[in-house]
Design a protein around this ligand. Sequence first.
Ligand SMILES: *Cc1c(COP(=O)(O)O)cnc(C)c1O
Length: 404
Amino acid sequence: MVARNSNLAKLPGGYLFPEIGRRRKACQEQNPGAKIISLGIGNTTEPLTPHITDGLTKAAAGLGTPAGYSGYGDEQGFDSLRQAIASKLYNNLVTADEVLTSDGAKCDIGRLQLLFGNQVTVAVQDPSYPVYVDGSVIMGATGDFDQASMQYAGITYMPCLPENQFFPDLTKLPRTDLIYFCSPNNPTGAVATKAQLKTLVDFALANRSIIIFDSAYSAYIADPELPRSIFEIEGARRCAIEVSSFSKPVGFTGLRLGWTVCPKDLVYDDGSSVLKDWNRIMTTVFNGASNVVQHGGLAAVDDQGLAEMAATVGYYMENAAIIEQCLADMGIEHYGGHNAPYIWARFPGQKSWDVFSRILNEAFVVCTPGSGFGPAGEGFIRFSSFGHRADVIEATERLKKLSF
Ligand SMILES: *Cc1c(COP(=O)(O)O)cnc(C)c1O
């Protein structure tokens, strides 16, 4: 027999979303006629826009012609797409050769963890998107899970709560090799200011740490004062890697296209280049994003594509405003929802899973229990603004009938 990777056994009771799925299924079985509406999993719902669809269908049809056919391409992606991402999305703060495209930000986070091995020390925002922790666990970098604290012994949790404006007190933190940081944040909807990110970058430089910055929701930032990339911050080129994606701004969640920016200035302790190793990993265990999808990505970042992206984002942000108004009318303390598609609601003295079950069984609305994102998420619920307008309206009407 073959021994299991013992680290997999350290992951507690399955992933958050399967558990939500189990409870939803049970609710549906008990209430066969109920129309359950999801404001839960952060999955996009609106169709692709015409210009992007056109880019995809032309590329797909082209593959059926001698002139349009292509096989394997560069693992890093089309030069044209890398160039367009650098110029259109980063205003040339980064160069095309620092942008490696991929099948998505989550996949890149998993592969980035290969760069640092299992001796690496890790800090995460608490609450946070699960893959930072769970991927580190699988790598063997975290030690065991402690049921009492709901924490891994080897991970530094940085509480992000309304009381600290969702930004950790860095003076109280030990040094770690890696700092995962997501802004706009999933799940809290908080967006770090330039001043906050400057303190993070200075902290990383002083400690010789590397920030893995997740900007999957940067397109949702409407406030021009808020930074959309860590590379807007002086010094970040020496201490940060950024992962991002077409999933949330243009609905490529099923198509799959993301990218990672690894600056040439970023080096390990021994002075060697991180980008060189990242290239090595991507050319070894990844074979390039789909050529059809990359054409969709090219369409998404030209002028018409960017205008359509703004419309898609605008639609979801109108949903966010509807959910926010509902929570305000109900007198529920809530955050986010302005420069991010998530609203983070607080239910003092209650357990996230209890609130989740009440909302599911009494309103037939699926949300996400905050405790699933880390111990500091206990007592919170995440509402996602990804949904069809009519469903969002109906969900909020049902919610308004509950009292907490
Ligand atoms: C959705 C999401 C991703 C995943 O993006 P993909 O490109 O679809 O893999 C990454 N980070 C955060 C914070 C997300 O919410």
